[in-house]
Design a protein around this ligand. Structure first.
Ligand SMILES: Nc1ncnc2c1ncn2[C@@H]1O[C@H](COP(=O)(O)OP(=O)(O)OP(=O)(O)O)[C@@H](O)[C@H]1O
Ligand SMILES: [Mg+2]
Length: 609
């Protein structure tokens, strides 16, 4: 991990998930999108039919002009002339109505499909194990759900329409022109090879340029996200300038990447204009000669000129579409990459409901590493009896939180088993496990919403305000509640930034108590609350602990002494266990830690931090 490139360097240095260089062909990707269209296939089909109508009415114009000139004006047949004009108007009218409904319906279908896709993606992210979310930066997951879906939006709603209408128009024009006069048609298409080469070159270079802009915009996003979420630290250290710099640099690179695409488009589109001018010139020149020679009628010549613009337009539109298509395909690849990430902790096909827990936990030969090659828990055997309170102690980084995560099955052990009441956790459904345990993580997290919603977060059904309030009171949060202007209805901001760290922790305790779990896992924050609150929490523990199994990751001596048993971890191994007195008598690691604690005047666990 490099820190030399500004605050977000480690994020940006990371390659885009794990899919670089293994992109599959667009058709395979698009096929994966098909199921999302299935529910709307009736409307989608209707949209395609309307596109045919739009194309046909668009192509009718020059042909009708030809009829009007040759068979109306030149033949002096007023009836035909009027008929042609009426048809011309009718075609325009039908085209207008069909065009409206076509674009309405294609947007309708497109927006539904994207809504479903976004929902599916979000649900899938919810299913992915904690490990995934710890690995993948939040900003990246957010951009999967926002800018990547956005990129697909322009393809699904406008792109598909443009592809079909322009493709059909192009084919239609070619067919019609050849039907009129193949020699003049050949002449008109003489510039086609130039056009093809130019368009091909544009495609390749612009694809590269668009890829760069997407990479750069992701960089801008990640710098932004990192800086904003770390604002406290950024401002606290007066690091606004480097943050500004990093942001400016990322933005600048983004601008440069964008300019590259602008330069390319600036070359290409006028180039097409020029070629189309040359095409017109050729038609005028050779066409006039053929009219003078009597090979074709003046009406055909007019039709040719009319169709010629319908020949160049689709090519321009289609090559414009190509960049939309490119970025949509890149986005789709990433979205599919997430959707195809199998949750490694999914329920086994034959998973059973964990019956109501007694709460006996058994870790047998448990080895685990966040990366397979770097275990942080080594061959741990631990039995926790039903209803027992066990305190895990040990230095920072010893593996206490990791052990707690294994018991809650946020991760599966690399080796060995974790069982509750004799059920290997891998054989039970996650829902039945999680319903019966509550975990108070080291960093108390609150969600944007009211205090009530935050307290009731872990309770599956309805829960009365009275129970929430009594849970809060039990952990000593009555003063907190009294201080809030709107009581339970007080809005708490994201991550609880409106509350102090200690208050957040009280809310987290109360949330766990309200959920009334059979198994409580409490990862104590080192020192968030004042001495008085701490005493109240001590009382709260008395309310919280009886009648359930509890794993306390404790830094406070008072908490530790409350435990039935103390388990001392060191570098992922259990090195001692027993009661406070036993361990003190042993005079080993725990006694050493205790000595440190005693030195710390407040009695807090300064020695472990
Ligand atoms: N999400 C993660 N990805 C990779 N490594 C991790 C992750 N979380 C923890 N580790 C590593 O695992 C080891 C144990 O970490 P753990 O969080 O379990 O320590 P701890 O005992 O809870 O420490 P503390 O008292 O500071 O909370 C550490 O070496 C840490 O670097
Ligand atoms: Mg920890």
């Amino acid at each position: 991990m490099s820190t030399s490139r500004g605050p977000a360097a480690h994020l940006r240095a990371r390659p885009e998930d794990d899919m670089e260089g293994m992109e599959r062909p667009p058709s395979r990707k698009l096929r994966k999108l098909l199921p999302f269209f299935a529910p709307y296939r009736g409307r989608a089909l209707l949209t395609v039919l309307l596109m045919l109508v739009v194309t046909a009415t668009g192509l009718a114009g020059p042909a009708l002009a030809q009829v009007a000139i040759d068979h109306g004006i030149r033949a002096g047949d007023e009836g035909t002339l009027v008929a042609a004009v009426v048809l011309f108007l009718a075609a325009g009218g039908v085209g207008l109505v069909a065009g409206y409904w076509q674009s309405y319906l294609s947007s309708w279908v497109g927006e539904r499909v994207l809504l479903d896709l976004r929902t599916a993606l979000f649900r899938h992210m919810m299913r992915l194990e904690l490990g995934y979310h710890e690995r993948v930066p939040t900003g990246r997951s957010v951009s999967r759900l926002t800018s990547d879906i956005e990129a697909l939006d322009s393809l699904v709603t406008e792109g598909a329409t443009s592809l079909i209408i322009n493709g059909l128009t192009f084919v239609g024009v070619v067919a019609i022109l050849f039907a009129y006069d193949w020699q003049l048609a050949l002449m008109a298409f003489a510039i086609f090879p130039l056009l093809a080469v130019g368009t091909g070159a544009f495609r390749v270079t612009s694809a590269r340029a668009y890829r760069r802009t997407r990479e750069k915009v992701a960089e801008v996003m990640s710098v932004l996200q990192e800086t904003l979420s770390g604002m406290k630290v950024v401002q606290g250290y007066g690091r606004q300038k480097p943050a500004r710099e990093a942001f400016r640099r990322a933005n600048d690179e983004y601008r440069e990447a964008n300019m590259q695409t602008v330069r390319l488009s600036g070359l290409y589109f006028p180039g097409i204009e020029l070629l189309s001018g040359i095409g017109l010139l050729l038609i005028l020149w050779f066409g006039s000669n053929r009219v003078l020679d009597g090979d074709i009628s003046i009406g055909v010549m007019v039709a040719f000129i009319g169709y010629l613009s319908s020949f160049f337009d689709p090519i321009q539109q289609l090559s414009q579409l190509y960049s939309t298509f490119q970025s949509a395909m890149a986005a789709l690849e990433k979205v599919l990459g997430v959707l195809e990430t199998e949750p490694t902790l999914g329920d086994a096909p034959d998973a059973v409901e964990l019956p109501p827990m007694r709460g006996a936990i058994d870790l047998t030969g448990v080895t685990f590493g966040y990366r397979p090659d770097r275990p942080v828990i080594h061959d741990v055997d631990l039995h926790i009896g039903a209803g027992e309170t066990v305190a895990l102690v040990g230095a920072t980084g010893a593996g206490k939180s990791t052990l707690a995560k294994l018991i809650a099955r946020f991760y599966d052990p690399t080796d060995g088993t974790v069982a509750i009441d004799g059920h290997d956790l891998r054989t039970v459904t996650q829902a039945s496990l999680r319903d019966q345990l509550a975990i108070v993580p080291q960093e108390g997290h609150l969600f944007a919403g009211t205090l009530r919603e935050n307290l009731a977060f872990g309770c599956p059904g309805d829960i009365t305000d009275a129970r929430l309030v009594s849970a809060l009171e039990a952990v000593g949060g009555d003063e907190l509640l009294a201080g809030l202007p709107e009581g339970l209805d007080t809005e708490v901001t994201e991550r609880g930034s409106g509350l102090s760290a200690g208050q957040r922790q009280l809310v987290a305790f109360a949330r766990a108590l309200a959920a009334d779990p059979r198994l409580l896992i409490l990862d104590e924050a080192t020192s968030s609350v004042d001495v008085r609150t701490e005493q109240r929490i001590e009382q709260a523990m008395e309310a919280l602990l009886p009648g359930r199994t509890a794993v306390l990751i404790a830094h406070r001596l008072s908490t530790i002494r409350r435990a039935d048993r103390i388990v001392v971890l060191d570098q992922g191994r259990i090195v001692e266990q027993g009661s406070h007195e036993e361990l003190m008598d042993l005079g080993g690691r725990y006694a050493g830690l205790y000595g440190d604690w005693e030195q710390a005047t407040t009695g807090w666990a300064a020695g472990t931090a």
